[in-house]
Design a protein around this ligand. Structure first.
Ligand SMILES: [Zn+2]
Length: 418
C-alpha cells in the first residue's frame, strides 16, 4: 500500500519529451495521482449529471455561470474520446448518474473571467486523503469537472464536437489534464500540437493524442490502467516503453530468429502478424520469403546480384565486394542455398565476429528491430507500421555500427507514425 508522501512525490522519467507534460504542484493535478485510488478496480466513474458542476467554487479568477448539461452530440463525442483514452491508457470508464460515485463531471457553462477559454478542467474538488497511522492511503476519491465554454467564439464547435473539429480536440485536451498532463513546460504557448495536444499552438483539430502525450501517458499508466502491472504505483513500475505485447508465445520466444530474417532479407522489423504466423512455421519462413509479394516488389521475380547487394546494405550499410557477389550469386542460382538462407547467413556470420564494424551494425539494427516489433501491442500501432513500411525501412538504414538507438527513442518514433 502506498503512503500519501509516495503519492505526492514527483516521478519524472528523465526524458523531457514526457516530463515537460508533468506537474507535481498542488495547484493543479498531480501527474499520475489516479493510480493511488485505493481499490479503484481500474475504473473511473464519469457523469453528465451537472449537480456538482454547479457547485464548483471560484478557481483563481475563474468561475462557472449558467451551467447546463451536455447535449446528445457532446455526450456521443465524450464517450468516443473516453473509449480512445481507454485504448491508450487501459483505464476503464464507467458512466454513473450518482454524483457521489462519479470522479469526473462534464457540463457547459459561461466561463467567467476567461472568455477566451474553450474548456476548463478544474482540479480535483476533493483532495481529502484518509490515511492510517502509518501514512498509507486508505481513501481517496478524486472529483473533477470538465466544462466547455458557451461564451467562447468557437462555441458552435464546442456544442457540436465531432472528430476533426476543435470541439472534439478540446474534449481530448481537457481529458489530458484530467489524466495528469499539463501544458508543455507549464506554458500552453510552448511546443505545438504536432508534438502535444496540450499546446495551443498549431492545428487544434486533432482527434488523437500526439507523440509526446502518448509517451507521457505510457509513463504514467503503462497501458494497463490504474495501478496494474505497469505505470506509477504498479507491480513492475514505470517505463517509457510498452512491452505489453500482441506477440504470441512462440513469436516472443523466437523474436530474434524472426527479426534477423526480416532485417536481412526485407530490411525492416517484423510486423506482429508476420511474426505470429512464422513463429508457427519457422522451417518454411526463409524458403518462402523469395516467393512473397513483398520480395517480388522489392527485387523482381528473378534472383539477381542486386538483391544480394541489398542484403549487404540492409545489414552493413555498405555495398558487397565483387568477389562476394559472384560467389553468392553462384551459390543461390545453383541451388546450394536459398536467397532467404543467404541473407540470414550473412547476418549470423557477422554476429559471430564480435568487435568488427559489421558486428555492431547488425547488432544495433537487430536490437532496434526486435524492440520495434515487441512494442506494437495496439492495433493502431500495427496499422501505422503497415502504412509506413518504407519510412521505417529508411529509418533503419540510418542506424549503423556507431549509433545504436535506445528503446525509448524507438517507442517515440513509433508514436510519430500514428
Ligand atoms: Zn489546457
Amino acid at each position: 500500500m502506498a503512503t500519501v508522501a509516495e503519492a505526492l512525490a514527483p516521478k519524472y522519467s528523465g526524458d523531457t519529451r514526457a516530463d515537460m507534460l508533468f506537474n507535481w504542484s498542488s495547484d493543479f493535478f498531480y501527474s499520475g495521482i489516479l493510480n493511488y485510488i485505493p481499490n479503484s478496480n481500474n475504473t473511473i466513474y464519469y457523469s453528465f449529471n451537472t449537480n456538482n458542476v454547479s457547485r464548483v467554487p471560484w478557481h483563481g479568477s475563474v468561475a462557472l455561470n449558467n451551467v447546463e448539461g451536455f447535449n446528445n452530440q457532446q455526450k456521443v463525442a465524450t464517450q468516443e474520446a473516453l473509449n480512445y483514452v481507454s485504448d491508450i491508457t487501459g483505464i476503464h470508464f464507467q458512466y454513473t448518474d450518482d454524483v457521489n460515485q462519479a470522479n469526473l463531471f462534464f457540463g457547459n457553462a459561461d466561463i467567467v473571467g476567461s472568455s477566451n477559454t474553450m474548456g476548463l478542467t478544474l482540479p480535483y474538488l476533493t483532495q481529502d486523503y484518509k490515511a492510517d497511522k502509518y501514512g498509507n492511503v486508505t481513501y481517496y476519491h478524486p472529483m473533477s469537472v470538465i466544462a466547455l465554454n458557451k461564451s467562447n467564439h468557437f462555441a458552435y464547435d464546442l456544442m457540436n464536437p465531432v472528430k476533426g473539429n476543435d470541439g472534439y480536440a478540446t474534449i481530448l485536451h481537457e481529458l489530458g489534464h484530467f489524466l495528469g498532463l499539463q501544458h508543455p513546460n507549464n506554458n500552453p504557448n510552448s511546443s505545438n500540437t504536432e508534438w502535444t495536444i496540450m499546446s495551443y499552438v498549431g492545428d487544434r483539430t486533432r482527434s488523437t493524442f500526439s507523440p509526446c502525450d502518448l509517451f507521457a501517458l505510457q509513463w504514467l499508466y503503462g497501458g494497463d490502467g490504474l495501478a496494474g502491472n505497469y505505470g506509477i504505483n504498479s507491480t513492475y513500475g514505470t517505463s517509457l516503453v510498452s512491452y505489453n505485447t500482441a506477440l504470441n508465445q512462440n513469436a516472443q520466444q523466437h523474436i530474434t530468429e524472426i527479426s534477423v530474417a526480416y532485417l536481412s532479407y526485407f530490411g525492416r522489423p517484423a510486423d506482429v502478424s508476420g511474426a505470429n504466423y512464422w513463429a508457427e512455421n519457422l522451417g518454411n519462413m526463409l524458403p518462402s520469403f523469395s516467393q512473397s509479394d513483398e520480395s517480388k516488389n522489392l527485387f523482381g521475380s528473378e534472383f539477381s546480384k542486386d538483391q544480394i547487394n541489398q542484403f549487404y546494405l540492409n545489414l552493413f550499410n555498405r555495398n558487397a565486394d565483387d568477389a562476394g557477389l559472384d560467389y553468392w550469386y553462384n551459390e543461390v542460382t545453383s541451388g546450394n542455398i536459398s536467397a532467404g538462407n543467404l541473407a540470414v547467413s550473412l547476418a549470423t556470420s557477422a554476429l559471430s565476429q564480435t568487435n568488427t564494424a559489421d558486428f555492431f551494425s547488425v547488432y544495433n539494427k537487430l536490437s532496434a528491430c526486435e524492440t520495434f516489433t515487441w512494442i506494437m501491442d495496439r492495433q493502431d500501432e500495427q496499422i501505422a507500421y503497415a502504412n509506413n513500411v518504407n519510412s521505417v525501412r529508411a529509418k533503419l538504414q540510418t542506424i549503423g555500427s556507431t549509433n545504436p538507438v535506445n528503446d525509448a527513442d524507438i517507442s517515440f518514433y513509433l508514436d510519430t507514425l500514428l
